[in-house]
Write a protein that binds this ligand. Structure first.
Ligand code: ADP
Ligand code: MG
Length: 353
């Protein structure tokens, strides 16, 4: 297959398969996603988007793109192989044994760094879940599977269509509102909760009660071994109003995570962004460049990384009356949405098994 030898299948999904491959001329191993291309032009263009968006990303917490090509009705995306499997498998392997808090915070920080990077590039992932978080044996955590990702045309834009996995879908989507960067934050909150409890935050055996639980945001508290700070962090991420949820940058600047950023972010990234900002400062007429300390470099790196998507956050603010009417109509509209989506995208019954 174009210079690659297939070693084994590492994942299967509705798109096709994920394979572990070896490059013939280098003996290096990679993961290769094999996607059946739809017959329609728009379907094919949509499938290609995954490769295009992944290729735009370059960050230690995002699975690295190598190349993509098409052959015999399939699209192949070659990327770095994460030899620690995905986070969902990792959670399952725990068999009920809770993770230590420092391990959770380290993984979570790495996820936030990855999400911060994509948001900076105005990309929404739209399918953040433990199965799409890949691990390496040396402790790296990487955001993968850009199959549902979407590039916003401008910082003010919203994505109006949504594909995702029901457990991780935020209330605004069930209420037919646009998807924005804070919707990814909700899903990230679901993973954080899952890491602390080894369970989904919202579980139900019917669509109706799942949506109700998500829209009401009723959560069981974390096991007592976890700090109040962690509990508070989760509460913030599950704010019903998206604009009240913290952005990835805000999350990373919290004291508990900020101290981990230095460990999780390689020094070259901090230096690279630090130098870039120094350069920008030099070019500015109104400010004199100052030598940056290590910690201010980290802050600069994050700020520079951040897609605050402020326009987007400000572009859609809900008034109290809006929120009230959303609340009243939420179940009705959410269920209408389910009927629209049912059969098309989600196989909820099988997910509940
Ligand atoms: P899908 O669109 O079907 O969800 P994914 O890209 O998530 O496709 O791949 C499916 C599964 O294959 C993942 O959940 C993961 O277990 C495995 N996988 C995919 N890419 C990689 C990778 N780069 N490294 C390791 N495992 C991977
Ligand atoms: Mg996936």
């Amino acid at each position: 297959m174009d210079g690659y030898l297939v070693l084994r299948v590492i994942g299967e999904g509705s798109f096709g398969r994920a394979l572990l491959v070896q490059q013939e001329n280098s003996n290096q191993t990679f993961a290769m996603k094999e996607i059946r291309l739809p017959k329609s032009f728009s379907g094919t263009r949509n499938s290609r988007k995954e490769a295009v968006l992944l290729a735009k990303m370059k960050h230690p917490n995002i699975v690295a793109f190598k190349e993509s090509f098409e052959a015999e009705g399939h699209l192949y995306i070659v990327m770095e192989y994460c030899d620690g499997g995905d986070l969902m498998q990792k959670i399952k392997h725990q068999k009920g044994k809770l993770f230590p808090e420092d391990m959770i915070l380290n993984w979570f920080t790495q996820m936030c760094l990855g999400v911060n990077h994509i948001h900076k590039k105005r990309v929404l992932h739209r399918d953040i879940k433990s199965k799409n978080i890949f691990l390496t044996q040396n402790g790296r955590v990487k955001l993968g599977d850009f199959g549902s990702a979407r590039l916003l045309s401008s910082p003010m834009a919203f994505a109006c269509t949504y594909v995702g996995t029901p457990y991780y879908v935020p209330p605004e989507i069930w209420e037919n509102m646009p998807y924005n960067n804070k919707s990814d934050i909700w899903s990230l909150g679901c993973i954080l909760y899952e890491l602390c409890t080894l369970k989904h935050p919202f579980q139900a055996n019917s669509w109706k009660s799942l949506i109700l639980k998500i829209c009401q945001g009723s959560l069981r508290p974390l096991p007592s071994q976890y700090s109040c700070e962690l509990q508070h962090l989760i509460k913030q991420m599950f704010k019903r109003n998206p604009s009240h949820r913290p952005s990835a940058t805000t999350l990373l600047s919290r004291s508990s995570l900020a101290r981990l950023v230095r460990q999780c972010l390689p020094p070259e990234i901090i230096t690279e962004y630090g130098e870039q900002v120094l350069e920008e400062t030099k070019n500015s007429k109104h400010s004199t460049p100052r030598k940056k300390t290590d910690s201010s470099r980290i802050r600069i790196a994050l700020e520079n990384e951040a897609t605050t998507m402020q326009g987007e956050e400000q572009g859609r603010k809900y008034s109290d009356t809006d929120l009230e009417s959303i609340h009243k109509n939420s179940t009705k509209s959410a269920l209408r949405r389910v009927n629209e989506e049912k059969g098309k995208l989600f196989k909820f019954e099988s997910l509940c098994k």
